[in-house]
Design a protein around this ligand. Sequence first.
Ligand SMILES: [Cu+2]
Length: 124
Amino acid sequence: MKTIKHVAMSLVTLLFLFGTLQTNAGTPGKSETLKIKVEMGCGSCQAKIQSGLGKTEGVEKAVADLATKTVTITYDPAKTNKDKLVKAIETLGYRTEFTAKDAKIGHSCSDKEMKEKNCSGGKK
Ligand SMILES: [Cu+2]
């Protein structure tokens, strides 16, 4: 008798979990999220990356975090992909974790900004 009750409870739990998964799965082909490490050194870097990516095709949302030097991008995989997003960040003037070591990408903050905002230029 105890076993039957146990099995019944497990079934209820499984069904509940399944239902939750179903609702969270969303529509296939919808937006995806990607985290990319970007060399940013101050709030100006952060703002430039965030607004620049926000205007990039296929990007739904971009959040740049200065503390962790990470950009979290929500995008439409039908319109863009990781390579394009990395390229977009490089075009804005910033190096990412995927940028080649010898790539000629500097840092987009002006000398004035670097001084005023105490920008490290992305270097540690
Ligand atoms: Cu900066």
